[in-house]
Design a protein around this ligand. Structure first.
Ligand code: AMP
Length: 286
């Protein structure tokens, strides 16, 4: 079955649900009971459910053609995979942190000290680039307790808000990397699969683009049409239709950035608008 595009996706953990939700919106539905090791979708895609941290390896070796994982995992792996598309979820930062009472306020003060991390390569590179010599202590999890138990004087860890660090009496010194989920690909995947790559990428992008937009439908007195059009600078060529039985009224439909909707409503009302509807958009293809 050479014409199936194999996509490695997280089998569990933080990125799993959002990945499957995004794929489902893009037309790749995987029923819950089918989320085992492998699931074939629409006769064209084969999903491989594997650990988030192993996905760069699966893709780099060609076991999978594409994958969805955190950019942090891709960077740490240092493997030759191509990053095709940022996916806008799983946002986090890899930071250096130390105990609040350590008296340390910048990375240079960690010279000669131990840094515990689940990202040994990125951490070693960060300190090497600054000419700071530290001992890297590789761990497989729970780095935030490392200083308390005496394993290291500092850590690097992923944070979203920083509240877990604070709860453990740690403070951030610096951000090493900003991450989010990304679509990656094996650059050597066969040419025969290229159309499927483009299809996957375009399908995912159409969902992402639609997420920040809304479809606005509104009825207006025709006389106010030009003023209302001027209110919608972001919308490309709104559709204007006549309203049956209301000669001097029109219906206007436009695609509008979601964050402008609340501000638009009172402005539209001032121009006499009625019957406003705001609808979600599933996909957008320019
Ligand atoms: P997992 O180990 O399967 O739960 O996935 C961890 C991945 O989730 C990381 O590699 C990041 O890409 C992403 N992530 C997003 N926010 C966080 C966070 N606050 N802590 C850890 N991982 C996060």
């Amino acid at each position: 079955m050479t014409d199936l595009l194999k996509i490695a996706v997280p089998s569990k953990g933080r990125l799993s649900d959002r990945t499957l939700e995004l794929l489902s919106k893009a037309g790749l539905h995987v029923p819950r009971h089918a989320r085992r090791l492998l699931a074939d979708v629409n006769g064209r895609w084969r999903l491989l459910f594997v650990r988030t941290g192993d996905i760069p390896e699966y893709v780099a070796t060609g076991t999978a053609d594409a994958g969805i994982t955190g950019l942090d995992q891709v960077a740490e792996s240092d493997l030759p995979v191509q990053t095709l598309l940022p996916l806008g979820f799983g946002r986090c930062r890899l930071v250096v942190a130390v105990p609040r009472l350590s008296g340390i306020s910048e990375p240079a003060q960690l010279a000669g000290k131990r840094v515990a991390t689940i990202f040994p390569r990125l951490t070693a590179r960060f300190f090497a680039q600054r000419g700071i010599s530290v001992e890297i202590v590789p761990l497989s999890g729970a780095t935030e307790v490392a200083p308390q138990v005496g394993v290291a004087e500092a850590i690097t860890d992923l944070v979203e808000t920083g509240s877990t660090l604070r709860q453990n009496g740690l403070v951030e010194l610096e951000t090493l990397l900003r991450s989010e989920a990304v679509l990656i690909a094996n650059p050597q995947s066969s040419d025969a699969r290229k159309p499927l790559f483009y299809e996957l990428q375009a399908a995912l992008k159409s969902v992402l683009d639609a997420q920040t937009k809304r479809y606005l439908m509104v009825n207006l007195p025709q006389a106010r049409l030009e003023e209302v059009k001027a209110l919608l600078p972001g919308a490309t060529a709104p559709t204007v239709m006549h309203l049956l039985g209301r000669e001097d009224w029109v219906a206007l439909h436009a695609v509008v950035p979601e964050d402008q909707i609340n501000g638009l409503i009172p402005a539209l009302k001032r121009y006499g608008a009625e019957g406003l509807l705001v609808l979600p958009i599933e996909r957008m293809v320019p």
